[in-house]
Write a protein that binds this ligand. Structure first.
Ligand code: PEP
Length: 247
């Protein structure tokens, strides 16, 4: 039985003092039915970590580099994240692929490095609107998953979380229907089954893209959707309603 996971992606929002306020607002989120994670901007990791200490809420980062340390100005290493109390790291978010030249190859390197440090990668995949309209969404996602997991053992694959995030649904208010989201998450599990056999049943797959307090319950009830990666609605009290939608 896969445990559901609801993670907030705060993106580039909240200064350290604002982040402390938001973490205080959300720190009584119910962690009894699912894993709950706050993926916060790098500069907010330490102050938010202090606020959520002892609550059961996991601390996550939004990116990392694939080297241990060195002359990579501006980057953050997995070693730094672990030392700061981070357990999860988002890898390959579509905004990073779109604006910061993240590639399937760098995503794969980052996943491997994160696993080396026992960080849990939340790996994002998803199709653009024109890919969906051309009927190549499955093809795109199958390829992203295969390249992300290249060279990763079954034992490690089980630790990874996949977030299916159709690009057309991120921050647009246009949520995928329950059936659309389920169809793709099922296809992702099929790819994982081709790669890892029965282990695919243990890998958690989230849906992300305009999830809110009203549509979360329907999405989370689908057979292959194991929770959500939440952007905009993770910055407000509504995040608790989304968590409460997990049955
Ligand atoms: C995201 O950033 O991962 C996301 C899903 O954003 P939103 O919920 O705002 O669409």
């Amino acid at each position: 039985m896969r445990k559901k996971i609801v993670a907030g992606n705060w993106k580039m929002n909240k200064t350290p003092s604002e982040a402390i306020e938001l973490a205080k607002l959300l720190k009584d989120s119910d962690t009894s039915k699912c894993d709950v994670v706050f993926c916060v901007p790098a500069i907010d990791i330490i102050p938010v970590g202090e606020v959520i200490k002892g609550t059961g809420i996991g601390l996550g980062a939004q990116n990392m580099y694939f080297e241990d340390e060195g002359a990579y100005t501006g980057e953050i290493s997995p070693k730094m994240l672990v030392d700061a109390g981070v357990s999860y790291v988002i890898i390959g978010h579509s905004e990073r692929r779109q604006y910061f030249a993240e590639t399937d190859e760098s995503v794969n390197k980052k996943i491997k490095k994160a696993l080396e440090y026992k960080l849990i990668p939340i790996v994002c995949v998803g199709e653009a609107l024109e890919e969906r309209e051309k009927g190549i969404a499955f093809e795109k996602i199958r390829m992203q998953v295969k390249l992300a997991f290249e060279g990763i053992s079954a034992a490690d694959a089980e630790k990874i979380i996949i977030a299916y995030e159709p690009i057309w649904a991120i921050g647009t208010g246009k949520v995928a229907t329950d059936d659309q989201a389920q169809e793709v998450c099922k296809e992702i599990r099929n790819v994982l089954n081709e790669l890892y056999g029965g282990v695919s049943e243990n890998i958690r797959i989230q849906y992300g893209g305009s999830v809110n307090g009203k549509n979360a319950a329907g999405l989370f009830a689908m057979a292959d959707i194991d929770g959500g990666l939440i952007g905009g609605a993770s910055l407000k009290d509504e995040f608790k309603d989304i968590i409460a939608s997990v049955k």
